[in-house]
Ligand binder design. Structure first.
Ligand code: UT7
Length: 312
């Protein structure tokens, strides 16, 4: 699915649980070292829920976005949560967030999306498409995960990578120049490479290679669809999985590393939450200037991949 839609970014927010898993903690659980983890991934800490649920994280991130934007939450027309770790199959995390926000009295469309680590990009694309239909004016999009609940803490290939957290984004109808180009894709027969059944299982090397190709392809397609050049893009905010994946893309595209916003050192891979958490931190550090362009790029289980090029 590829298109260009009119969208305005209203506000961003995030929430991570307090407890941390450090590399030193992991050294006590599996045969690994801080040095191996840092040199192979760039990750130093991840956050971990203690009693909190995915819906709790999603709600707190949403509240943070609403409060920072001083947004009247009564104006929200739809809530979309991207997650692969919902607290239960039904009701959706989005419906739970609606109730927690005190919005039961409003006719709001609420549903979840599962596209793994590309989930937030998919959710943003669906939210933007809704905005371009008559009823919807303001949409709350959330990526929220409690991945520590699906980790096998005896598997050093996976348990060092993932953490918990949530990020949120409020969008509304934009002016003519405020467009977003989307590119999303999937290859559905790669279950053996990356899946979550009881726990998360992954063939790390295969995902690593796929990730570099997926990001490169997404960047190229987005520029093509948007009619833009890479030097016109202010910042690329990728899914935060592994520092070396981004180094690989930077090398391929001949880009300096600071073209990418990275915070995975502190959070590890938070799947659908990683892009909105990074977006919120980017926005906190750099005001969104009209005329600038932000590129979001995701990849993950499915396999799925894709991105959004946001013209502010
Ligand atoms: O959101 C998308 C989901 N996932 C990803 O993006 C993950 C993508 N993949 C990766 O990030 C990397 O492939 C990993 C971090 C998972 C692994 O790094 P790698 O450099 O690709 O290592 P590898 O799998 O090729 O393994 C190299 C060696 C192996 O030992 P031998 O067979 O050479 O003796 C592994 O057993 O490193 C070993 N190894 C470890 N050693 C210490 C694997 N995990 C660890 C560990 N500590 N935690």
């Amino acid at each position: 699915m590829e298109n260009k839609l009119t969208v305005k970014l209203i506000g961003t927010g995030k929430y991570v649980p307090k407890a941390l898993i450090t590399n030193a903690d992991l050294e006590k659980m599996v045969d690994t070292t801080d040095e191996w983890i840092v040199t192979h991934t760039g990750i130093k800490t991840r956050h971990k829920v203690e009693g909190e649920t995915t819906a709790d994280l999603a709600y707190q991130a949403a509240l943070n976005a609403i409060q920072k934007a001083k947004f009247d939450l009564e104006l929200i027309d739809a809530i979309i949560v991207a997650t692969i770790t919902p607290d239960f199959a039904s009701p959706s995390m989005a419906a739970v967030v609606q109730a927690r926000l005190g919005l039961n009295h409003r006719d709001i469309t609420c549903f979840d999306i599962n596209a793994a680590c590309t989930g937030f990009v998919y959710a943003l694309q669906v939210g933007a498409a809704l905005l371009n239909s008559p009823k919807y004016r303001h949409i709350l999009i959330i990526g929220a995960e409690t991945l520590t609940k699906i980790m096998d803490y005896t598997d050093r290939n996976t348990c060092i990578l993932f953490g918990d957290g949530a990020g949120a984004l409020l969008i509304g109808r934009g002016q003519a120049h405020q467009t977003v180009s989307f590119y999303t894709a999937s290859e559905g027969d790669m279950e053996d490479v990356l899946s979550v059944k009881e726990v998360l299982r992954m063939q790390g090397r295969r995902v690593f290679k796929f990730a570099i190709n997926a990001i490169e392809k997404s960047i190229n397609r987005l520029l093509e669809l948007d009619g833009s050049r890479l030097d016109m893009v202010t910042k690329i905010i990728p899914h935060q999985a592994n520092y070396r994946i981004i180094e690989g893309v930077a090398e391929l595209k001949k880009l300096p590393l600071n073209k990418f916003f990275l915070n995975l050192e502190h959070y590890g891979n938070t799947s659908a939450a990683s892009i909105p958490i990074a977006l919120d931190e980017y926005v906190e550090s750099s005001p969104l200037l009209p005329g600038s362009k932000l590129m979001l790029v995701g990849f993950g289980a499915g396999l799925t991949w894709g991105g959004a090029l946001i013209n502010l």
